[in-house]
Design a protein around this ligand. Structure first.
Ligand code: C2E
Ligand code: MG
Ligand code: MG
Length: 664
C-alpha cells in the first residue's frame, strides 16, 4: 500500500515537470474515445436499471437514476471539451478537474450499486450483474484513463472498494475470499496503470520532442538565425507566390536588393559582434519600412532583399528612398554612433520580368550599377544594364581563361631620373593580348578583376614576374608595381610580397608599391597596418595619380611616402593652364620639404619634359621617354645603360634631345 502511495507521489512530481503541451495531450486521452465512455455509461445505466426494476428496491432505484444522470452529464462534457479545450492549458486543467469529479462520482455510484445490491438484494443474479459490471468497468478504466493515473486509480478504488466491503460484511467465508480477491485485483490493476502511464508519457514526450525538432529544422531551413528574417530559399518561394498573385490582381511587384556599403570595414575594424548588431538593427529598420506592404529577406552577408506590392507609378523608388533615409540615420551600437549606408538595385514586375529568377537577376544588375555609380544610391533596372552585364560576364570568363592560358604579359615603362638622365625605376604595367579583342587595356580589365576577386591571383602573378625581371636588372634600377586598393585590405598581401622577393632574390629596397589615394581616403585599419608593415621591411611606397582624388596633404605627412607621382592630367595641361603649373610648383616644393621624390607622369612632348625639368621634378615617365615595353626590350636598354651607352638607342624613336643633354 505504501508502495502505491509513494508511486502516486512520484507521479504527482513528474506530472508537475512535464511540458504543458504533453500534459494537455495526456488530458486529451481522457476525452478521445467518447465511444468507450458511452459504453461505460450505457452498461452502468442498463445494469443498475435492470437490478432496480427486478428487485423493486427504492435505494437501488435512486442509485440507478443517479448513475443514468451522471453518465449522461459526462458524455455531454466529453463532447464539449473535445472541441474547445485541446490547445488551452487553463481550459484543459479545468476540464480535467470536471472529468475527475464526474469519473469519481460515477465510479462511487457503481461501487454503491454493488454494495447496496449485496446488502439489500438476496438475488444471486443481481449480485453477479452488479459485480461483473463494476469489475469490468474498473478493469477497463485502468487502461483507458492511464494517462491520468490519479483519476484512474481513484475510479478503481471507488468502484471496487465498496464491493469488497459488501463481500466482507457477509457471513459466508467464500464471499470473504472473493473480497480479498477484489483487493488483490485492485493492487494488480494499480500497477498496470502505473506501467501504462510511464509508457504513454514516454511516447508522448518523444513525439513532442520530435515535433519540436521538426519545427526547429523547418525554421532553420527557412529563416536566418541571426536576424530572424527569411533566407534566400524561403524568399524565392515567396517571390514565386507573389508573382502569381500580382499577375491576377494586376498590381506591380518590386524587388529591392540592398547591399550595405562599408559593412566589411565595420566588421573588420569593430569586430563581428558589432557587425552582427548592425545587421540586426538594419534588418529591423527594413522590416518596419515594408511592414504591412511586403517582406524582407537576408541573402547572407550584408545583403537584404525587400519585396513589396504596389499600384502607384514610382512606388518602388519611393521605398528605395525611404530605405536610404533610414540607413542615413546613425544607429547607436554599444554606445557608438554608426552609419551603414547602402546601395540598392530595383526591378519591378511585370515590366522588368515576370519570372522570379529574371527579376532577381535584374535587381542584382541594377545594384551593380548603383555600386559602380559611387554607392549610397539606388538604381532602377534598365535594359542597357543587361547588355553591359552580359558583356562584362563574357569579359570575366575570357579573363579567367587568359590567366589560365597565360595570355597576360607584364610590360615595363622606364622612369627616368631628371638629373642624370638614367632609368632608375621601371613601372610594371599589365597587358592582356586577347586573340580576338586584341590588346585589352588594364583600365578596362583591372576594375573587373577587382570586382570579381580575380585581382588576387593576377597581382600575385604580376608581383612574381616583376620581381623576377628586376632581379636581372642592374642593382641601381628598381621596379614599381601597382597595388589595387582592394588588395590592401587582404592580409595575405604581405605573404605574397615576401614570397615574390624570396623567390626572385630581389632586395626589398628595389621594390616599389604604387598606391592610389583612394586607399588612404578610406582610413581602413587593415590597409594602414599593411602600409606600415611594408615600410618596416624596406619597401618603397609611392602615391600614384596624385591630384586626381582629394589630394589631402595629411596622409603625405602620416605615411612618409617615398614618391609622389603627379597625374598625367596636370602634365597634359602644363602649357595651357596656369593652375596646373601652380599645382606642380606647389607639389615640388612640398616633396622637397618632406624629402620625397616627385615623378611627372605622362610626358608626351619635349616641351612638357622641359617644363617639369625646369620645375625641379626629380623624375619623369611618359611615351616621350619610352612607352611600356616587353621584358626583353627593357632588359636590353638597361644593359645598354650599364655599359654607358645611350639606353634609348635602337628603339626606333628619336632620343629625346633634352635627355641627350642630361646624359652628356
Ligand atoms: P598608372 O599606374 O597610372 O600607369 C600609368 C599609365 O599611364 C599606364 O597605362 C601607361 O601606359 C600610361 N602612360 C604612360 N606614359 C604615358 C604617356 O605619355 N601618355 C599617356 N597618355 N599615357 C601614358 P596603362 O598601362 O594602360 O595602365 C592603366 C592603369 O591600369 C595604370 O595606371 C594602373 O592604375 C592600372 N594597372 C596597370 N597594370 C596594373 C597591375 O599590374 N596591377 C594593378 N592593380 N593595376 C594596374
Ligand atoms: Mg602606376
Ligand atoms: Mg599613374
Amino acid at each position: 500500500m505504501s508502495g502505491i502511495v509513494s508511486r502516486l507521489r512520484e507521479i504527482g512530481r513528474t506530472d508537475r515537470t512535464v511540458a504543458d503541451e504533453v500534459r494537455r495531450s495526456l488530458v486529451e486521452t481522457l476525452f478521445v474515445s467518447s465511444t468507450s465512455l458511452g459504453v461505460g455509461a450505457v452498461a452502468g445505466a442498463a445494469a443498475s436499471t435492470a437490478i432496480a426494476l427486478s428487485s423493486g428496491d427504492p435505494w437501488l432505484a435512486v442509485t440507478a437514476v443517479a448513475i443514468g444522470l451522471t453518465g449522461t452529464a459526462r458524455m455531454c462534457h466529453a463532447v464539449f471539451f473535445h472541441h474547445t479545450a485541446a490547445h488551452d492549458t487553463v481550459a484543459s486543467a479545468r476540464s480535467e478537474t470536471m472529468y475527475e469529479v464526474g469519473a469519481w462520482a460515477y465510479a462511487l455510484l457503481l461501487g454503491l450499486l454493488t454494495l447496496l445490491t449485496l446488502l439489500r438484494s438476496p438475488n444471486a443474479l443481481h449480485h453477479f450483474i452488479a459485480g461483473t459490471v463494476t469489475i469490468g468497468y474498473a478493469a477497463g478504466i485502468c487502461g483507458r484513463n492511464a494517462g491520468r493515473p490519479v483519476i484512474a486509480i481513484g475510479q478503481l478504488a471507488l468502484a471496487s472498494l465498496p464491493m469488497s466491503v459488501g463481500l466482507f460484511m457477509s457471513s459466508d467465508p467464500v464471499r470473504w475470499v472473493l473480497g480479498i480477491v477484489v483487493v488483490v485485483f485492485m493492487i494488480g490493476m494499480t500497477d498496470i496503470t502505473f506501467q501504462t502511464y510511464s509508457a504513454v508519457l514516454k511516447a508522448m514526450s518523444a513525439t513532442r520532442e520530435q515535433k519540436r525538432l521538426t519545427a526547429r529544422f523547418e525554421r532553420l531551413a527557412r529563416y536566418d538565425a541571426m536576424t530572424g528574417l527569411e533566407n534566400r530559399g524561403a524568399f524565392q518561394e515567396r517571390l514565386q507566390a507573389e508573382l502569381t498573385a500580382v499577375e491576377s490582381s494586376g498590381e506591380q511587384l518590386a524587388v529591392l536588393w540592398v547591399d550595405l556599403d562599408k559593412f566589411k570595414e565595420i566588421n573588420d575594424s569593430l569586430g563581428h559582434p558589432t557587425g552582427d548588431r548592425v545587421l540586426c538593427s538594419v534588418s529591423r529598420q527594413l522590416s518596419s519600412i515594408v511592414d504591412g506592404r511586403g517582406s524582407v529577406a537576408r541573402f547572407g552577408g550584408d545583403e537584404f532583399v525587400l519585396l513589396a506590392r504596389g499600384t502607384k507609378a514610382g512606388f518602388a523608388e519611393d521605398i528605395a528612398r525611404e530605405v536610404m533615409r533610414a540607413l542615413a540615420v546613425p544607429m547607436n551600437i554599444d554606445g557608438a554612433s554608426l552609419q551603414a549606408t547602402g546601395s540598392i538595385g530595383v526591378a519591378v514586375a511585370p515590366g522588368h520580368g515576370r519570372e522570379a529568377e529574371i527579376l532577381l537577376q535584374r535587381a542584382d544588375m541594377a545594384l551593380y550599377h548603383a555600386k559602380s555609380n559611387g554607392r549610397n544610391d539606388f538604381c532602377l533596372f534598365e535594359s542597357a544594364m543587361e547588355e553591359e552585364f552580359l558583356e562584362l560576364r563574357a569579359l570575366e570568363a575570357a579573363l579567367r581563361e587568359a590567366i589560365e592560358r597565360e595570355q597576360l604579359e607584364v610590360y615595363y615603362q622606364p622612369i627616368v631620373d631628371l638629373k642624370s638622365g638614367r632609368i632608375t625605376c621601371c613601372e610594371a604595367l599589365l597587358r592582356w593580348h586577347h586573340p580576338e579583342l586584341g590588346l585589352v587595356s588594364p583600365s578596362r580589365f583591372i576594375p573587373l578583376a577587382e570586382s570579381t576577386g580575380l585581382i588576387t591571383p593576377i597581382s600575385h602573378w604580376v608581383l612574381g614576374q616583376a620581381c623576377a625581371a628586376a632581379a636581372k636588372w642592374p642593382e641601381e634600377v628598381s621596379v614599381a608595381v601597382n597595388m589595387s586598393p582592394a588588395l590592401l585590405k587582404d592580409l595575405h598581401l604581405s605573404h605574397m610580397i615576401l614570397g615574390g622577393l624570396y623567390m626572385s632574390g630581389l632586395a626589398a629596397r628595389r621594390l616599389e608599391l604604387e598606391i592610389t589615394e583612394s586607399v588612404l581616403l578610406e582610413e581602413n585599419a587593415q590597409s594602414n597596418s599593411l602600409i606600415r608593415e611594408f615600410q618596416k621591411i624596406g619597401l618603397k611606397l609611392s602615391i600614384d595619380d596624385f591630384g586626381t582624388g582629394y589630394s589631402s596633404l595629411t596622409y603625405l605627412k602620416k605615411y612618409r611616402f617615398d614618391k609622389i607621382k603627379i597625374d598625367t592630367t596636370f602634365i597634359a595641361d602644363v602649357t595651357r593652364s596656369r593652375e596646373a603649373r601652380a599645382i606642380i610648383h606647389a607639389l615640388v616644393g612640398l616633396a622637397d620639404e618632406l624629402d620625397m621624390e616627385i615623378v611627372a607622369e605622362g610626358i608626351e612632348t619635349e616641351t612638357q619634359l622641359g617644363y617639369v625639368t625646369g620645375a625641379r621634378c626629380t623624375a619623369a615617365q611618359g611615351f616621350f621617354l619610352g612607352k611600356p615595353m616587353p621584358e626583353a626590350e627593357i632588359l636590353r636598354r638597361l644593359q645598354a645603360q650599364s655599359r654607358g651607352e645611350d639606353w634609348s638607342a635602337g628603339s626606333g624613336a628619336e632620343v629625346p634631345p633634352l635627355l641627350k643633354r642630361l646624359q652628356a
